[in-house]
Write a protein that binds this ligand. Structure first.
Ligand code: HSE
Length: 306
């Protein structure tokens, strides 16, 4: 067995916005806002984690850390003994805001584990997605974090799959981030067991249209971002997000809840429209941060490997 001690990997993982309005648990987009992680395999066992930025003083810094758990899960699945681990996480993706921070933690651990195991175990992209989905629960955040761009994710008996699409260059994301959190579990608990057939049809039409709007026809983004499957049910848990979305949409800006919220993603059809949306947000919701972002096309990348 190859001795892994001394191997060092650094990875960079994008934030994501899942759902994108009608594409509940299916569509997601990678955004140019990144967490970075350095992992070193050291002698002995156990893990020591240093967290800089988001989550510092809040998230566990031992074996209970989500990144460490993700690395450990990969080693367990491939049957390789886990070495001791030294981690340094530089985090900027805010936690509990619907920007995929836990998906990014899972993906950073999986891609770092892949780097540590280079030459020992090979991983296909679908295996990486399977591992990440096992840990995250649903593939719509982890697929764009792994692969970048716009992703369509689905699952069948063989596991999760994805299709990556390149977003039209006009599409200009604006992420509006409040200073309060929302847990995905709380948001999911508000969803009904079943929905009216006509609402299901409504969302099928809008999500199909959204793929066209994001890849070919950004002028259709307003109609394409309508949703009846999750946002209204969850509105009571994030009333201010509802007000931001209402204001944006009343002014013809395609705004949706980002992931499980409470951030709001505006999908402007060009950079000038995006600046109008940012100005409107600053004037009416000055306590919300506005992040002017690009679509990330690469997904998780290994920055250095020793
Ligand atoms: N599709 C998920 C949800 C994304 O909205 O619950 C958050 O993990």
């Amino acid at each position: 067995m190859t001795n892994l001690v001394g191997r060092k990997v650094s990875v960079k993982v994008p934030a994501t916005s899942a759902n994108l309005g009608p594409g509940f648990d299916t569509l997601g987009m990678a955004l140019s806002y990144y967490d970075e992680l350095e992992v070193e395999a050291v002698a002995g066992s156990g893990a020591v984690v240093e967290v800089i930025g988001e989550g510092a003083g809040e998230v566990p810094t031992d074996e209970n850390n989500l990144v460490v758990k993700s690395i450990a899960y990969v080693f367990e699945q491939v049957g390789v003994p886990l070495p001791g681990l030294k981690l340094k996480a530089h985090n900027i993706i805010p936690h509990g805001r619907g920007m995929g921070s836990s998906g990014a933690a899972v993906v950073s651990g999986i891609v770092a584990a892949k780097g540590l195991l280079e030459g020992v175990v090979d991983f296909t992209p679908e295996r990486l997605l399977q591992l990440a989905t096992d840990l995250e629960g649903h593939p719509d955040n982890v697929a764009p974090a792994l692969f970048g761009g716009l992703t369509i994710a689905w699952e069948d008996a063989k596991g999760p799959h994805h299709k990556k699409l390149i977003v039209h260059r006009g599409v200009s994301p604006l992420e509006l981030v409040p200073n309060f959190k929302m847990s995905t579990a709380t948001a999911r608990a508000l969803q009904p067991e079943s929905v009216p057939h006509e609402d299901a049809v409504f969302n099928v039409s809008r999500s199909a249209l959204l793929v066209a709007a994001l890849t070919q026809s950004p002028e259709l983004l307003m109609a394409a971002t309508e949703d009846r499957l999750h946002q209204d049910y969850r509105a009571e848990a994030m009333p201010e997000a509802g007000k931001v979305i209402e204001l944006m949409r009343a002014n013809n800006h395609a705004a949706v809840v980002s992931g499980a919220g409470p951030s709001v993603l505006v999908l402007a059809s060009d950079p000038a429209e995006r600046m109008e949306a940012a100005k409107l947000a600053a004037e009416n919701f000055p306590q919300w941060r506005a992040l002017v972002l690009a679509v990330d096309f690469k997904g998780a990348t290994v920055i250095s490997h020793q």
